[in-house]
Ligand binder design. Structure first.
Ligand SMILES: Nc1nc2c(ncn2[C@@H]2O[C@H](COP(=O)(O)OP(=O)(O)OP(=O)(O)O)[C@@H](O)[C@H]2O)c(=O)[nH]1
Ligand SMILES: [Mg+2]
Length: 652
């Protein structure tokens, strides 16, 4: 029997109603008999104690339901920007998404960030305009905002009655409705020349069945986004959305007999502290007792499998292509690992990285080791917190997105690990970019070289956002093949050593946006060239020598420290333009000329992340409480003045 699975993400700005909608969908599908509430802490997907206390989602959670013979694995994600990494980890495993927009608040900053990511990855996406029951709910106004600020390739599939009241409802358009058909045809024709030609010929000649089939096709290609309206609270419109999910989003196609391939997108610990890996299978079948390869040449044996089926995961003997499985027994597995093959999935980040860091200090100094272990476990679930040990200060620091995440880490350490900690003041995480070309070499047997190997490296500046590119430019005969087996393995290992060395630049920051070329290589062996004296060169020698050469090359290249900046968009009453422009000038921001629309002005500017926070705090005073600030990660810009060095001062 062919299994059909749809892995569906629910994404939105914080509080738009994702978890409530998830609950509604489970109820509509008959998985639960009673609808839980976020406010009472009784939903299926906000299952962590902290989520229930705070009424917000912190971790992505999977639940499933069946509809028209398709198993839908629904992934409820957090909307708070501090937890954007949770969304990032699931993006690569989705077959489709529902983007929830509040009918009251409309398109919000995070809505845009998420939609852009979904579009970049071509994830078929339906839009659900939620909360039509709430006072102030709009329909046309929200459609207008979606079309202007998210995408114009939208087709509302129905209309709202009595918005803003408990009786608010949604009715799908009648296929015979001429205005609906015209709108549908118009949007579809944008991506379908055949349809366009047929329409130009005779608009009425295209049967509705063809338009609908085209809608399914183009939704599946993520070129058109059907829009539904409803209320997760009252249930209005939820049946239409359910039907839309089944009809319009493409279920996974994967070959269960093919080679094993899957991606690990979530790690959690079970009741006994055992590691559980959530894997989305793209191809092949994994059975209990199978030995799997993953990560950097690691192997493990699967001891148990859970597969999502009508609600939560149930124990099964195998997980097939297309499905999401929970795997037990793989002690060393990490988020981002691909199973069935080695190497991690391409880590093309879709969202901004954390831009803050802070030292975590246990109140009881004797808890240092316990804290290290606890943070290592949290980092399994969220690698971006990037736990670092600062040896000079004897402190541990983590990367952070913001205050809410800091509070959550603090509470988790207290609740789950019994550790009472405080965070030092957060500081901005900068990066370093090389400014020129720098080259260095350490020669085998040279006085300055403590290791039996020759390594020559050249570092060149590379385009912004290109990351680190490593390549070999050496005679293959000079490569210690006996130790690395193949040229590819050598290149892969050297690339890894180089990347590790570049984590700490001249000012202590991650070095990026550079091309590193290995220009010289020699090894020492009893037989091969250049067989002379001493011991065999080992991989450890190449690994240890690399950072020395990298640092020398980097010193010659020089680096510039760059800080994270935000693109800021301010909306304010025209009467306050003068005050706001003066405020921006005080923060050293160069603002574009305000654009005016009636009583409202929009000002756009770019500000260092730290200063954007000041602006946010001053805005109410500058605009009589009327100003709205939206910000977006704008990459990194060279700091003006004295470059900051990563804090390594003696302990405070
Ligand atoms: N009136 C009304 N309230 C809603 C609706 N959907 C959700 N809410 C309320 O909005 C609040 C947020 O709902 P959640 O479901 O937690 O929103 P969320 O998108 O999951 O939030 P995060 O996961 O924290 O980003 C809760 O108080 C819900 O009761 C709706 O359709 N109508
Ligand atoms: Mg939620």
């Amino acid at each position: 029997m062919a299994r059909k699975t749809l892995n569906l993400g629910i994404l939105a700005h914080v509080d738009a109603g994702k978890t409530t909608l998830t609950e509604r969908l489970l109820y509509a599908a008959g998985v639960i008999d009673e609808i839980g509430s976020v406010d009472k802490g009784t939903t299926q997907t906000d299952s962590l104690a902290l989520e229930r206390q705070r009424g917000i989602t912190i971790r992505s959670a999977v639940v499933s339901f069946a509809i028209d013979g398709v198993t839908v694995n629904l992934i409820d994600t957090p909307g708070h920007p501090d937890f954007i990494a949770e969304v990032e980890r699931v993006l690569s495993v989705l077959d489709g998404a529902v983007l929830v927009v509040s009918a009251v608040e409309g398109v919000q900053p995070q809505t845009r960030v998420l939609m852009r990511a979904l579009q970049r990855l071509h994830v078929p996406t339906l839009v659900f305009v939620n909360k039509i029951d709430r006072a102030g709910a709009g329909d046309e106004r929200v459609l207008q905002a979606i079309s202007e600020r998210l995408t114009s390739a939208i087709v509302p599939l129905g209309s709202v009655r009595d918005p803003g009241t408990r009786a608010a409802g949604f009715a799908p358009w009648d296929p015979e409705d001429a205005a609906f058909r015209a709108k549908l045809a118009e949007v579809l024709a944008d991506h379908d020349d055949g349809l366009l030609a047929a329409l130009v010929d005779d608009e009425t000649s295209v049967p509705y069945s063809r338009l609908r089939a085209d809608l399914v096709l183009q939704t599946g290609q993520a070129s058109v986004h059907p829009v539904f309206f409803g209320s997760a609270l009252t249930g209005a419109g939820v049946d239409s959305l359910m039907a839309g999910i089944a009809e319009l989003l493409p279920a996974a196609e994967g070959d269960s007999d093919g080679p094993v391939s899957g991606t690990v997108f979530k790690i959690e610990r079970g009741g006994a502290g055992e590691k559980i890996a959530y894997v989305r299978m793209f191809s092949g079948t994994v059975r209990t007792r199978d030995r799997l390869r993953f990560g950097q040449e690691v192997e493990g044996k699967v001891t148990a499998i859970g597969v999502f089926d009508r609600g939560s995961a149930v124990e099964r003997a195998a997980v097939f292509a297309g499905e999401i499985g929970k795997l037990w027994g793989l002690g060393e597995i990490q988020i981002g690992d691909r199973i069935g093959q080695t190497g991690t999935a391409t880590t093309q980040h879709q969202f901004a990285p954390p831009t803050l860091e802070s030292a975590v200090v246990p109140r009881d100094p004797n808890d240092k080791e316990a804290l290290r272990v606890a943070l290592a476990q949290l980092a399994e679930q969220d690698p971006l917190i990037d736990v670092r040990q600062d040896d000079t200060r004897q402190e541990i620091s983590v990367s952070l997105y913001g205050e809410v995440q800091t509070e959550v880490i603090q509470a988790t350490l207290a609740d789950d690990f019994g550790l009472d900690v405080s965070f030092r003041e957060t500081t901005t995480i900068c990066i370093e970019r090389p400014v020129a070309t720098g080259e260095a070499v350490e020669i085998l047997h040279a006085e300055s070289n403590p290791f039996p190997a020759t390594i020559g490296l050249r570092i060149d500046p590379a385009p912004i956002d290109s990351g680190i590119d490593f390549r070999l430019q050496v005679d293959p005969r000079t490569v210690p093949m006996y130790a690395y087996k193949s040229l590819e393995r050598f290149a892969e290992s050297m690339g890894r050593y180089v990347r590790r060395a570049l984590e700490d630049g001249l000012f202590g920051w991650q070095v990026t946006d550079c091309a590193v070329t290995m220009t010289r290589c020699t090894y020492q062996s009893p037989d091969g060239p250049p067989a002379t004296r001493g011991s065999l060169s080992t991989p450890a020698d190449f690994r240890k020598l690399t950072p020395l050469v990298v640092m020398q090359a980097l010193e010659r290249a020089g680096t510039v420290v760059c800080e994270p900046v935000l693109r800021v968009r301010l909306e304010l009453p025209t009467t306050t333009i003068g005050a706001v422009m003066a405020g921006l000038a005080r923060l050293g921001a160069v603002a574009q000329t305000p654009s005016l629309k009636g009583e409202l002005a929009t000002i756009e500017t770019v500000l260092p992340a730290a200063r954007a926070q000041h602006l946010q705090r001053q805005l109410p005073a500058l605009t009589a409480g009327e100003g709205v600030l939206e910000s977006d990660f704008g990459g990194y810009q060279a700091v003006s003045g004295v470059p900051s060095t990563r804090r390594r001062m003696p302990g405070a």
